[in-house]
Design a protein around this ligand. Structure first.
Ligand code: GRF
Length: 208
């Protein structure tokens, strides 16, 4: 059973998609052990509690300096003996010590087709504003492993989403979530939790 921790800062719709997919059995051999937020008001924490999942908050302003915050964040993550850390809208730069310790065991979901509209400053609605400003006709979402850079780690999964005439950033954000993010993140966790079967799908095109 893959022990998963989900790090969040906001509403937690991606977290919800993961919890629902585990309940529905579309994600197998994985369990969310803890949800950790840097923001006590994040609705994602409420979603975790409602689901009977441990919900914890580690808030930077409760610490004297960044180093102490990062140390505590790593301590909390370590406490759950996690196999996989999922960043689902976590707006905190991951401490170098955590990346080092959990190399290839941290994934992030980003609401564009990397390498477009990613890196420093591209988060939330800004990603979709930039896509609309550039006039792209296709956008999407990406799940990638986390390395020391910003949105620069190896890509695991991507899914394209059409941009439509009249889209606002909010409309586009919602479509990218519905058509890509909420499917892609559970799928990535399932792949990591079931590596032999993922390889089988790649080889034969169907799960057996
Ligand atoms: C999502 O768009 C995700 O791609 C990005 O942050 C947003 C989080 O949304 N990294 P939610 O909290 O899962 O609703």
């Amino acid at each position: 059973m893959l022990r998963v921790g989900v790090l969040v800062s906001g509403g937690g719709t991606n977290l919800q998609a993961v919890l629902d997919a585990i309940d529905a059995g579309t994600v197998e051999n994985a369990r969310v052990e803890v949800v950790i937020s840097n923001n006590a008001k994040a609705y994602a924490l409420e979603r975790a509690r409602k689901h009977g999942v441990a919900a914890e908050c580690v808030c930077p302003k409760d610490f004297e300096n960044r180093a102490q915050f990062e140390k505590e964040l790593l301590r909390r993550v370590d406490a759950y003996g996690l196999d996989l850390i999922v960043l689902a809208g976590f707006l905190v730069k991951i401490p170098a010590a955590m990346i080092e310790k959990y190399r290839n065991r941290i994934i992030n979901i980003h609401p564009s087709l990397i390498p477009s509209f990613c890196g420093v400053g591209y988060y939330g609605l800004k990603v979709h504003e930039a896509a609309l400003a550039r006039g792209v006709k296709i956008t999407g979402a990406t799940v990638h492993f986390v390395d020391e850079g910003m949105d620069s780690g190896p890509i695991l999964l991507q899914k394209a989403v059409e941009v439509k005439a009249g889209d606002t950033p909010e409309i586009l954000q919602r479509r990218v979530m519905e058509e890509a993010e909420w499917k892609l993140l559970p799928q990535a966790i399932h792949m990591i939790a079931n590596p032999q079967r993922a390889a089988c799908v790649q080889a034969f095109g169907a799960e057996r």
